[in-house]
Design a protein around this ligand. Structure first.
Ligand code: COA
Length: 337
């Protein structure tokens, strides 16, 4: 039976032009190209120039997604959701400014912070708004300038993260259309809050009245623990989304996991029983771009003609919070701009 659904109708990605290679990092911290490639799969990451903000990258990706959706100035977007953990300011949210710069005012616009799962959370929220009839068209953007929260001396994080933005347009449609979001699973466990945290800059630091930590505005990550939890968390969430969609593992054409580490993606594939060939990876080029990683991986794979209309995709993410989520959708006949 067909029902109202959110349908993917546009896609765009944007990486800032400047790249930092593993060799460049090796020249200033105790690491090597060999270690980074073997342990993470990353070869380079893109880094925004000083003065370029998350909102700036989001505008670029947003433009491309709107163009890919074939939207003109007369077409309305009712809502802009921006997934990010590196907003332009604590207040106001970045999304209203991005919406205004894209000419989308007075669309509802707000930010969503769910760490590396932010894009999946935002996609789920957009889906709910579309299915409920609160919106007819939604722009969802995942964007980060993560380089602003990286301690350049911390080899556990400096080698992994990068900057970028990816965006999708969703429109109201029906479940039988290619591009329809067919299942959503979300979850969180706040007892794991310390596994990835930026300690300062929020009300907790002021409330305790303690002196700002010298490294408090940098991300602190217990990488190995997150690694293990990420594999299990994405596996459980993927299974839940597949169950809701009524798909079995053998029916998935592509797994688009959060691009944290190639070894995590391969372990996930093994746990799920999915062939590695069906795992989409963009990590070699972009590193971990947090909330931007899934739409960037989608845009890169779509630009390479990897997806065919009606293909079955599983998106899955895990990150700080802890927060995780998975989405099952079919692929629409679109090309990224
Ligand atoms: N270069 C060289 N050596 C490094 C290194 C680097 N950049 N980072 C760590 N090492 C060393 C460690 O010091 C350790 O050395 P030792 O054995 O002599 O003590 C060794 O490599 C192994 O360290 P470990 O932390 O166990 O590495 P790892 O294989 O777990 O890889 C991460 C580290 C961070 C790449 C990995 O844990 C990871 O990707 N975690 C997930 C991150 C994530 O998903 N984040 C989500 C967003 S919050």
């Amino acid at each position: 039976m067909t029902a109202r659904a959110a349908v993917l109708s546009g896609l765009g990605g944007y990486l800032p032009p400047r790249t930092v290679t593993n060799e460049e990092l090796s020249a200033r911290i105790d690491t090597s190209d060999e270690w980074i490639r073997r342990r993470t799969g990353i070869r380079r990451r893109h880094v925004a120039d000083p003065g370029v903000s998350t909102g700036d990258l989001a505008v670029e990706a947003g433009h491309r997604a709107l163009k890919s959706a074939g939207l003109g100035t007369a077409d309305t977007v009712d809502m802009v959701i921006m997934a990010t953990s590196t907003p332009d300011h604590p207040l106001p949210a970045t999304a209203p400014d991005v919406a205004a710069r894209l000419g989308l005012g007075p669309a509802a616009a707000f930010d969503m912070a769910a760490g590396c799962s932010g894009f999946v959370y935002a996609l789920a929220t957009a889906t709910a708004a579309l299915v409920a009839g609160h919106a007819e068209r939604v722009l969802v953007i995942g964007a980060e300038v993560f380089s602003t929260v990286l301690n350049p001396a911390d080899r556990g994080t400096a080698v992994i993260f990068g900057d970028g933005a990816g965006a999708v347009v969703l429109r109201a449609g029906t479940t039988d259309e290619p591009g329809a979001v067919l299942a959503v699973d979300l979850g969180a466990d706040g007892t794991g809050r310390d596994l990835a945290t930026i300690p300062d800059g929020g009300s907790r630091q002021r409330a305790t009245g303690r002196e700002p930590h010298p490294d408090g505005h940098y991300i602190h990550m217990r990488g190995k623990e997150i690694f293990v939890q990420a594999v299990h968390g994405m596996e459980r969430s993927s299974a839940a989304a597949l169950d809701k969609a009524g798909w079995n593992v053998g029916q998935i054409d592509h797994v688009v996991g959060h691009q944290a580490n190639l070894r995590i993606l391969h372990s996930l594939a093994q746990q799920l029983g999915v062939d590695r060939q069906r795992v989409v990876s963009h990590i070699e080029e972009a590193g971990n771009t947090a909330a931007a990683s899934i739409p960037l991986a989608l845009a890169d794979a779509a630009a390479r003609n990897r997806f065919r209309p009606h293909d079955r995709l599983l998106l899955t993410a895990f990150g700080a919070g802890l927060a995780w989520g998975s989405i099952a959708l079919t692929w629409p006949p679109i090309t990224p701009a």
